[in-house]
Ligand binder design. Sequence first.
Ligand code: GDP
Ligand code: IMO
Ligand code: MG
Length: 434
Amino acid sequence: MSNVIVLGAQWGDEGKGKVVDLLAERFDIVARYQGGHNAGHTVFIGEKKFVLKLIPSGILRGGVLAVIGNGVVVDLAALIEEMGTLEAAGIDVRRNLRISNRAHVIFPFHRLVEKMSEARENRIPIGTTARGIGPCYEDKIGRRGIRIADLFDSESFRLLYDTLAEDKRTLAATFDLRESIDYAGIRRQTEELAERIRPLVCDTSKLLHDAIAQSKRVLFEGAQGAMLDIDHGTYPFVTSSSATAGGASTGTGVPPTRINGVIGVSKAYITRVGSGPFPTESKDAAGDLLRREGNEYGAVTGRPRRCGWFDIPLLAYTAMVNGFDTIMMTKLDVLDQLDEIPVCVRYRVKGAEVCDMPATWRALEAVEPVYERLPGWKTSTRGISRYDALPAPARNYLTFLEDRTGVEIGGISTGPERTETIIRRGSALERLLG
Ligand code: GDP
Ligand code: IMO
Ligand code: MG
């Protein structure tokens, strides 16, 4: 097996950064396929902590090429800042990073459009990361966006930019937005920033195609999570891109026929940042314990993450739409102190018990989770790296989740460090990585 997708199975922050960093050593290239600097992937290597937002987590492995695919939206200032932070930590970013010439550019006015949209009367705020992600994708789909390649054709860029700026001016006037925006200044700044990344920009689809033709191995890194996907998530409380496995093809230009497997990264419980339905959310002391033990605060915005229990119908649904071959289960150690662990096995809807994911957020908000309670293990699993060294109730918990979701749990993470990981012998995960 060679090329695999790694993506979040819930509402983001499942620990994709740790998992991608861990697995990257077995690949030649790590390619991000959607999202932007709304993502926050925390990776610990020894004493060092890295928070990756736009740059694929694979950059932390010396010999691995990191690719920002065409499906990603790029804020040039944020990208250059992140490059600077990594360079200061001794990482050779300029050698190991490539950026798609077809990726769309986020401009500072996209953030203002988002602020306006979130504050609009009669609209339920999504609780976005306020990074301009949604408005940039709106311009992309609206066929008025500006791509990285456009920045290097100054005549065309000025024409496109002036049209886009005029569009935003009209929008601001319509909504009586009194922010003053220095459009000419933004254009000049964009031209300057573009020159700084110019040597890294190329046709990454061709790059990936050629690498695969030479039997090089590609790991596709998803950001956000399947339930934040624009089509399959809890719309409209989602992000504006295709976080699910299908996005890996459209977001990199690598066809599905060249991708061999899908690894879902799932937390041993669930978190969510921002608004939207969350059937198993625990708003009491147990939720506080998960937040405290799991240090569940947003890596990008610092917001406390909403916490709750593992949800079988949700995972069965994301396994279905992504075709998970296996699951990497993270943060098992966060459950160490619990006497018993509730798991939602079905949803109760108008008296009937079902396992299906409703299409609307209101319907999902109305479901009542049906719980089974599994015994806790009340002992530390932190750092365990062999499956048979896990306490019996912890293995029982994992087996229960496998049986009910129908998906193998091929790997388990027992701490943030690379070494704090179990990869099960004979699993599909081991075969995919082999
Ligand atoms: P991502 O967005 O999916 O990459 O996840 P985040 O980095 O936003 O959040 C996951 C957090 O959990 C990070 O701070 C990781 O260092 C941490 N983490 C990852 N795996 C484990 C684990 O198995 N146990 C514990 N205790 N922390 C973990
Ligand atoms: P990683 O990659 C968790 C959420 C926001 C909001 C919604 C839309 O670290 O898992 P956006 O700014 O994308 O338009 O916000 O999506 N969101 C995330 N939640 N982890 C993320 O990324 C997220 N990226 C966006 O909180 O609810
Ligand atoms: Mg995150």
